[in-house]
Structure formats: structure tokens, C-alpha cells
Design a protein around this ligand. Sequence first.
Ligand code: HEC
Ligand code: HEC
Length: 314
Amino acid sequence: MRNSLRFFFSVPLVLLWLSVSVVSALGNSLPAADDVTRGALLYDKWYAALGQPAPEGDMPLWSAQTTNTRSGPDTWRCVECHGWDYKGKDGAYGSGSHYTGFPGVFGTQADVVAVLKGATDPGHDFSAYLDETSMKQVAAFLQSGLIDDSEYIDTVTLKTKGGDPAKGKTLYEANCASCHGLDGAKIIFRTEGINETLGAVANRDPYRFLHRTRFGVAGTQMPIGRDLGWTPKDGVDVLAYVQSLPTGSEAQQPSNVGQDSGASPQVGGPPAGVAGGILTGILAFLGTFGVSAFFLFGLVVLGFLVVWALRSRK
Ligand code: HEC
Ligand code: HEC
């Protein structure tokens, strides 16, 4: 009687433990974001993408210019020197407060990893901060991920050229409105002291909008064009639509998002269908917490069974 009872309790418990451990191990080994996407996040803000604090002070090359008066963490971001359109002084950062006179990286023939190790200029040496894998991911992004939006964006008005807002509306409402709101004002971004709706970002900095719509924001869970299989033009269509949404200058909006893409609000995982969402949630939970919890749980069950076995021997 006692034996069968013990069997009755222990087998399902051990099976449960095993199966959950296997599922969580699978969850941990799900393929990471592809190299180009990783590279794009690193290009945007590598220290955020790597979960590191920003380096102290200004990037060494920063003192080679005086026109861009930012200082500190921003000066270390690839994008601050090379631009959201990747064209440096030959693109959108060819004038205005972001102007540095530094070159673009669009169509670069350079050996990116070597440049990041300081081969061309010791001041451009990131090897104290970026590991080999990260350098290769940035290289993959620069070599095969860059999209030339000059044919789609009017450099003077910053409006799209030939964007299809009707198509953009459909894509936006299906994939983005759940978090950003139908009016793009559900999340307010705080950028350099300015509160911005998504519409404001789209109008003020369409290149940043496109980069982040396609590749995401480090530390933020959101569906991105690259994973949704969007063409460059799809992104432009969404941009055209979002440019027509309220920009927030109509009324003062409270801030609920940290500085730029620093502190992110808590949001759910990508709602790619209810089942997918639930699975993503479970896997994420198991990935971070489950392994250790269930390992502990298993140990406790094991100890319990041993004690039980010893006691029933008497
Ligand atoms: C403080 C400004 C600054 C930052 C930040 C910066 N760069 Fe540069 N970058 C430069 C300057 C100036 C040059 C040209 C001189 C040189 O090669 O060092 C350059 C050159 C390059 C080149 C070679 C371009 C060519 O075709 O010759 C690449 C590629 C590049 N940077 C990529 C990056 C990446 C990737 C990052 C981020 C990890 C980054 N840069 C961060 C200023 C910067
Ligand atoms: C699951 C919720 C969620 C969904 C769905 C979502 N986003 Fe986001 N998005 C966010 C959050 C949160 C941020 C803020 C990141 C930060 O600033 O910390 C953000 C940031 C952005 C930014 C950067 C804005 C800036 O200041 O540079 C853009 C652009 C953007 N989202 C576009 C989109 C588009 C286009 C879609 C649809 C394809 C989309 N998002 C879907 C949650 C979401």
C-alpha cells in the first residue's frame, strides 16, 4: 500500500520536473535575433544592447569636432556620428545640432571589424567594449542591412515620397496600435528633454523612425519590420501613415517613458496570436526563472522521496 502510494506520487512529480526542465532548456536555446538585427541595435546604442553602463566621458574622437555639443553616453553611439540614414555629414546630419563633419558608413568598403579595433584610427578602437561577436554583428548590419531611404524621403520636408498611407494604416493598426495606440500617443517618448508621440518622432526624425521600426529598440519587446517580413517600402508606408497622426504639439503630454530609450515601460511580449503570445510568455518566464526554480523544486522532491524511502524501511 505504502509502496504503491509512493510510486503514485513520485512518478508524475519527477516526470513533471523533467518535462518542464526540458521545455525551459529549449526556451533558452531558441535562436537569438539574427545578426543583422543585433548589429542594428548595437549601432543604435551598443551599451544598451549589451546591457552595459555607458563608458565614462566622451568618445576619444569627439574632441575632433566642436559643432555637436552633446557630451557623455551619446558620443559613444555609432548613430550619433554616422547618422540614422548612415550617411554622416553627407546625409541628415550634414547640418543642424547633430552635425559633426564625420563620414557616413553607407556602402563602406572598410573592414568594419578592423576599424572597430582601431586599425584606421586608434581613437576608433572599441575593443575594450565590444566583443568579437558584437563587432561581427555590426559588420553584418553595415554590410547587408542598410537601406537607402533617400528615394523615399524628401530631405527638405522630411515627408515621404510616394509612401502609401492607406497601406501603412493597415500595417500599423494590425501590428503597432496595440501598444502605441490608434493615435500613436499611448506611449510618449522622452528624447533630449522633449516629449514625443510616435507621430512626432515620424515627423521630426523619419530616419530614426524607419531604423527602429525595422530593427527595434534595444531592451524593448516589439514586433519589427524585419521579423514581419516587411519590404523597405512597407516601412515607408507605415511612416507615411504615422506622419499623419497627432504630433503632441497640440497639447502637453505627460511623460511615461524614460530618457530616449533608457527606462522602458513594462509591456507584454509580441502578441503574434494569443497562443504564440502565451507560449512566448511561458518560455520567457521559464528561461529567466524556471530553470533554477525547477532545479530547486526537483532537489526538494528528491530529498523528500529519500526521506520517505528511509522512513518506510523501518
Ligand atoms: C565619436 C564619433 C564616432 C563614433 C561614436 C563612431 N564612429 Fe565610426 N568613424 C568616425 C570617424 C571620425 C571615422 C573616420 C576616421 C576613422 O576611420 O577612424 C569613422 C569611420 C568608421 C568606419 C569606416 C568608414 C569608411 O568607409 O572608411 C566605419 C565602418 C565606422 N566608423 C563604424 C562605426 C561603428 C560601427 C560605430 C559604433 C560601434 C562607430 N563607427 C562609432 C567617428 C565615429
Ligand atoms: C508590445 C508593444 C509594442 C508594439 C506592438 C510596438 N511597439 Fe514600438 N515601442 C514600444 C515601446 C515600449 C517603445 C519604447 C522604447 C523606449 O523608448 O524605451 C517603442 C518604441 C518605438 C519606436 C522608437 C521611437 C523613438 O523614440 O525613437 C518606434 C519608431 C516604434 N516603437 C515603432 C513601432 C511600430 C512601427 C510598430 C509596429 C510594427 C511598433 N512600434 C509596435 C512598444 C511596442
